[in-house]
Write a protein that binds this ligand. Structure first.
Ligand code: CP3
Length: 343
């Protein structure tokens, strides 16, 4: 059962909390030796995502070490294209590889029927974690936002400027919209089931939102995020939703004003003083310590932490990174960061 006295959930409902609740994007991962051990036993990365016992274990690992205010389901954004029938692999040391979809013919190979059969183990992970979650800690479910998931589906791998996905989106927007619409449907159904399994808040990761010009950001990043939030809230009215469109700072105030969006994640390049003025009046701000400084350490670590906490102390704030934690991050730096946040 959702306990609204949890600091993370209170902050998402608009309360100012001192010190702010804290969790870190990608808090489960390769910087932890206990993660690497489970990862090795699991074999392929997707096997780990689809093994509820192991995935629940790695979800809980960072909580045991650091006592974060929230756990985030351990999975990946690419389980959605996989569930829709696209070939998805993770090659060791290379990141994701998908069989690219470039046109209407490619779209015809995707299906929404039976996505839950493939996603079922992930709901199992959520259930397991929800059962043993420490008091006061919240459980976050997540998905990739349609634009970012589409970039991987169209390019077939990570890219610097997404020429094929962006070319399709800008050159044939109505054709590309069909892919986005499929992702809106699949992602909404997926998140509704995560809430039923025990997720208490949801985050949509739009990692590549920053490569889109304004009109395309509105159509292919902001609108699909809002549409998913509407569909999820039509079923689970009170579930708080955080949007994290990375690299899209100047477009964020508009998204923050959407009544369906409760929190906005800001990346490390966004000025927290600006976010306090332009975003915090409308949504809880989450962020935005630079993951590279967390890896580098030094006295700046404490100084920058205090400056972010101070800048956002006048409104609802969840302390986090401005992007995911890096695999080479020393564990002692994470401990120092938490001390600096909590005082
Ligand atoms: O935050 C968490 O702890 C939850 C787990 C989580 C993972 N991926 C686990 C993961 C979350 C929320 C994600 C989201 C994700 N996945 C995003 C959006 C957020 C972001 O970081 O930008 C994206 C773009 C992906 C796609 C993806 N998954 C890539 C590009 C890669 C390879 C890059 C890398 O770091 O190796 C992955 C693999 C992945 N997802 C790993 C983890 C822990 C590393 C795989 C391994 O253990 O070998």
């Amino acid at each position: 059962m959702t306990d609204i006295s949890k600091p993370f959930l209170r902050a998402l409902r608009g309360e100012r909390i001192d010190p702010p609740p804290v969790w870190l994007m990608r808090q489960a991962g390769r910087y932890l030796p206990e993660y690497r051990a489970v990862r090795e036993q699991a074999g392929g990365f997707l096997n780990l995502c689809y093994d509820p016992v192991k995935a629940a274990e790695v979800t809980l690992q960072p909580l045991r070490r650091f006592g974060f205010d929230a756990a985030i389901l351990f999975s990946d954004i690419l389980v959605i294209p996989h569930a829709m029938g696209q070939d998805v692999r993770f090659e060791a040391g290379e990141g994701p590889r998908l069989k690219p979809i470039r046109d209407a013919g490619g779209l015809a190979g995707l299906s929404l029927n039976g996505i839950h059969d493939s996603l079922d183990p992930i709901y199992g992970t959520v259930e397991r974690v929800a059962e043993v979650l420490p008091d006061g800690t919240a459980l976050i479910g997540f998905a990739g936002a349609p634009w970012t998931v589409a970039t991987y589906m169209v390019e077939g791998c990570g890219s610097r400027d997404y020429p094929n996905a962006k070319g399709w989106a800008l050159g044939d927007p109505d054709g590309f919209q069909e892919l986005i619409d499929l992702l809106v449907q699949a992602t909404s159904a997926y998140l509704i089931r995560q809430v039923e399994a025990g997720a208490e808040a949801l985050q949509l990761f739009d990692t590549w939102a920053g490569v889109l010009p304004k009109h395309a950001f509105e159509r292919f990043s902001a609108q699909p995020i809002i549409e998913i939030a509407k569909r999820v809230k039509a079923v689970h009215t009170h579930i708080p939703i955080i949007a994290f469109p990375r690299g899209a700072a100047i477009y964020l105030p508009e998204l923050a004003r959407a009544p369906e969006i409760d929190g906005i994640g800001i990346d490390y390049a966004t000025d927290p003083d600006w976010a306090a003025r332009e975003i915090q009046p409308y949504a809880t701000v989450q962020g935005n310590f630079d993951p590279i400084l967390l890896m580098a350490g030094g006295e700046e670590l404490e100084r920058r932490t205090r400056s972010i906490v101070n800048a956002l102390s006048g409104g609802p704030h969840i302390f986090n990174l401005g992007h995911g934690i890096l695999p080479k991050t020393p564990i002692e730096h994470v401990e120092r960061l938490l001390k600096a946040v909590r005082g």
